[in-house]
Design a protein around this ligand. Structure first.
Ligand SMILES: Cc1cc2nc3c(=O)[nH]c(=O)nc-3n(C[C@H](O)[C@H](O)[C@H](O)COP(=O)(O)OP(=O)(O)OC[C@H]3O[C@@H](n4cnc5c(N)ncnc54)[C@H](O)[C@@H]3O)c2cc1C
Ligand code: FES
Length: 258
């Protein structure tokens, strides 16, 4: 899909908690087709310290409203500035960038989608696509506390949701990779996005249970289209750019240790 630079107009800025906002924005022309796993590069206007665009996952595409959603965690100047955008503000984006998650090849219909922190962002539109293809997505979402579990109602509309929190305020206590569900069910494919230690633990579970697994990496990116080489990941196929050949990788291609 050819990438485009588009001036979107913000249609909603919803504060989910102190650290996260959900920005919805519409395009004056038809949005290009965006697939789960792909991301956009958002220009940050109004920040004197943010020179480069910021990569943000496609959280949801609402085709009926020609709208794209971005779930934003406020971590630095760029994302804090984006979080202040108001209805009607211009949001300049380049999209769609990167590759996508693949559909499960096996006959059982139960994929597992594991998200931690802001890594839940691409899991929502992936869940929608899997559901549209006849799968019954199971979401396993982890957070520090109940208030950090994001978009739960949207996930529940697409499949079965299990949660873990580190402070025991929702679901099982601990980390997603310790959830009892993992000892009870088998999955046709596993997808994951979140902190690297979490994805490494998910990958290790997938290897142990011989389940196909794809993870979405959040390597630091600058250009977003293969020019600067700052996002390179060492893989079995050599050094490749996470922004163009990723961000989605089959775990068998990664040189992670466990
Ligand atoms: C493919 C991809 C998809 C992403 N999707 C989302 C998304 O949907 N929502 C979202 O909020 N964020 C997402 N991120 C992360 C987001 O791009 C960064 O948090 C953002 O660029 C930080 O910009 P900043 O100016 O706010 O912070 P900076 O001032 O650049 O950095 C502030 C702090 O955040 C840390 N940081 C910067 N980049 C990252 C990163 N990639 N991962 C973890 N920590 C980082 C820095 O180390 C620093 O400590 C994604 C990243 C990638 C590569
Ligand atoms: S971000 Fe520039 S090559 Fe990937």
């Amino acid at each position: 899909m050819k990438k485009k630079i588009i001036d979107l107009a913000v249609t909603a800025n919803i504060s989910l908690n102190d650290n996260y906002v959900l920005i919805k924005a519409t395009s004056p022309t038809a949005l290009p087709k965006c697939e789960p796993g792909q991301f956009a590069q958002l220009r940050v206007d109004g920040s004197s310290t943010t020179f480069l665009r910021r990569p943000i996952s496609i959280n949801w595409i609402d085709t009926s409203r020609n709208e794209v959603w971005f779930l934003i965690q406020k971590v630095g100047d760029g994302t804090n500035q984006l979080s202040t955008y108001k209805i009607g503000d211009k949001l300049n984006v380049v999209l769609p960038l990167g590759n996508t998650f693949s559909l499960p090849l096996c006959s059982t219909k139960r994929p597992l989608l594991v998200g931690g922190g802001v890594g839940v962002a691409p899991m929502l539109c992936l869940g929608k696509k899997l559901k549209e293809h006849g799968f019954d997505p199971i979401f396993l979402l982890g957070a520090r506390s109940k208030r950090d579990l994001l978009q739960l109602e949207d996930f529940e509309a697409l499949g079965t949701v299990y949660t873990t929190t580190e402070d025991d305020s929702h679901g099982e206590k601990g980390y997603v990779t310790n959830h009892s569900l993992l000892n009870q069910l088998e999955f046709c494919q596993i997808y994951s996005c979140g902190p690297k230690p979490m994805m490494e633990a998910v990958a290790s579970y997938a290897r142990r249970t011989k389940t196909a697994c794809e993870v979405s990496l959040e390597n630091t990116m600058a250009c977003g289209f293969g020019a600067c080489l700052c996002c390179v990941e060492k893989t079995t196929k050599g050094h490749i750019c996470a922004c163009t050949d990723g961000p989605v990788f089959n775990i068998n291609d990664l040189l992670w240790e466990n």
